[in-house]
Ligand binder design. Structure first.
Ligand code: HEM
Length: 495
């Protein structure tokens, strides 16, 4: 009996010790802590099911900053745009992006970064490619490739004799931009400079890489969540190897090669990093092109205003001249910004390396705890926040345009001016390196599509599809279902 009692007491003491070690208590000034009954997992299952709905529910209960446990990690979500700027400006010894990026690269692409690898060190090199002359060269390359790729698509229509081709818009946009991205970033020569045999080969490769990438892209959220079955893991491994093999055949762009250079000791790691960069550079472009094309086709006024601006580039002689005109299109700039406001849903994540105090306007200061992960989610606020944007779920192409044609930047929350009404590119030191290049690519795509082709929705009255919330946090949202359009060459226009 005595023995049984001692075992009982020892077990109780162990349980209490484990609970004290694993249970967390909220400290003064820390964000509200949302407790969960399932140890370790916490709210992971509900979160995975529908992140946007989960975060909205948590916001209604706790306010716009709170901490939850997700699969062993305490994550503080911040949806108060008034503190974004001071958070994103923090030094890496307080809030660290490299640790998050390394974790992401490992989980999605099996890349192990070498010790001391820092994204901040690459800023100078990125500037060389994405500003000034480097950017002009890249844009010229992109215009040539995009023109040649988009030319391929109406062929089937001419053969059928009807003049019109029916396509599913999401696949159509994503495919054209992926193939262009592959040729621009991974192949050294422009498509119009290579010999005929090589030209066919490159076109075939761009198609092949695109088909494989679609399969991988679909399954990426499950890879990230670690919910793949054994069979799926084998399939993903094969897909990645096949794409990697295609990406290393031409070894063109020095931007890609400069990025993988620090991993030079390990060829396998370099191949994986090329795939990661292919995804980083292409994963958002096609979906953005889809949404803006759809929103424009559904809004006659927006479409007319954008077409009018684009028509100024129709007499441009070459790529540089087209880009020159496209750099000065305030209405289209606003329409792109508005599209991204509606559809860009990245998680801007940092690891809290030291306890961090952040001031809050007219509210108590916030304390973020060392060891936690901090995630800003601008999709909910400011982007879809009715206090910041009127009719936040409606596409208003001129929302970011002042009457004098300049960019509108006045947006308010709790009476305070916000510096940014939308953060699709991130912000601070780790914002997207290729914002200008990406914007030029979307504009060039729209230029060719809307000035050289007639494009119509098959069902103009249908509402736009909902978002596939499964992909929330990864960047630009993808549609839940496809949208059919038809298009044909405008008789007198040559692409
Ligand atoms: C519509 C298109 C695009 C959108 C909305 C977008 C958005 C973003 C966002 C939100 C981030 C993360 C910022 C953070 O975590 O703080 C990012 C990072 C990045 N983007 Fe983009 N991006 C786009 C296109 C591109 C293109 C075309 C390229 C390359 C040619 C590119 C290259 C990168 C790279 C390399 C990073 C990682 C930066 C780093 O690790 O420091 N992106 N982008």
């Amino acid at each position: 009996m005595d023995n049984a009692l001692s075992i009982f007491f020892i077990t109780c003491i162990i349980i209490i010790a484990v609970l004290m070690k694993t249970t967390r208590f909220r400290l003064p000034n820390e964000p509200p802590l949302e407790t969960a009954w399932i140890p370790w997992l916490g709210h992971a299952l509900t979160f995975r099911r529908d992140p946007v709905a989960f975060l909205q529910a948590m916001c209604s209960k706790n306010g716009d900053v709170f901490t939850v446990r997700l699969a062993g990690r305490y994550v503080t979500f911040v949806m108060d745009p008034l503190v974004y700027e001071s958070i994103l400006a923090q030094e890496p010894n307080y809030l660290n992006y490299d640790l998050v990026a390394a974790d992401f690269l490992k989980r999605l692409f099996d890349v192990t970064l070498p010790p001391g690898y820092s994204h901040a060190d690459k800023a100078h090199m990125n500037m060389r490619y994405f500003t000034g002359r480097g950017l002009a060269k890249l844009e010229d390359h992109m215009v040539t490739n995009l023109r040649l790729i988009i030319q391929e698509y109406p062929n089937s229509a001419e053969e059928s004799g009807s003049g019109w081709t029916n396509v599913e818009l999401f696949k159509f946009c994503y495919e054209i931009l992926l193939r262009t991205g592959f040729l621009t970033l991974f192949c050294p020569e422009m498509l119009d400079c290579v010999e005929v045999d090589n030209k066919m080969d490159l076109r075939r490769q761009s198609s092949e890489v695109c088909n494989l990438f679609f399969h991988l892209d679909k399954i990426l959220p499950d890879i990230l969540l670690g919910t793949l079955s054994y069979r799926e893991k084998v399939q993903v491994h094969r897909l990645k190897s096949d794409i990697q093999a295609l990406l290393q055949q031409n070894l063109g762009s020095s931007w890609i090669e400069d990025q993988v250079e620090p991993l030079a000791v390990d060829v396998e790691q370099q191949q994986r990093m090329r795939l990661a960069l292919f995804w980083a550079s292409q994963g958002n472009l096609g979906p953005t092109a889809f949404w803006i094309t759809l929103y424009l086709l559904q809004d006659r006024n927006a479409l007319c205003a954008v077409k009018f601006e684009l028509s100024a580039a129709t007499h441009a002689e070459d790529g540089a001249a087209i880009i020159n005109v496209l750099h000065n299109t305030p209405v289209l700039d606003s329409a792109i910004e508005e599209t991204l406001r509606l559809v860009a849903a990245p998680f801007l994540s940092r690891n809290v390396v030291k306890d961090l105090w952040v001031k809050r306007y007219k509210m108590a200061d916030l304390l973020f705890r060392k060891g936690d992960r901090l995630v800003l989610f601008p999709f909910l606020s400011p982007q879809h926040d009715p206090e910041v944007h009127d009719y936040p779920h409606t596409f208003k192409y001129d929302r970011f345009l002042r009457p004098d044609g300049s960019r509108r930047t006045e947006f308010y929350k709790r009476g305070q001016r916000l510096h940014l009404g939308s953060l699709p590119w991130g912000s601070g030191n780790n914002a997207c390196v290729a914002k200008v290049y990406a914007t030029s690519t979307i504009k060039t795509f729209l230029f060719f599509l809307l000035t050289k082709f007639d494009v119509e929705l098959i069902d103009p009255g249908a509402s736009p599809p909902g978002f596939d919330s499964h992909r929330c946090g990864l960047g630009v949202m993808q549609p839940q279902h496809g949208v059919n359009v038809r298009f044909r060459c405008i008789a007198q226009e040559r692409v």
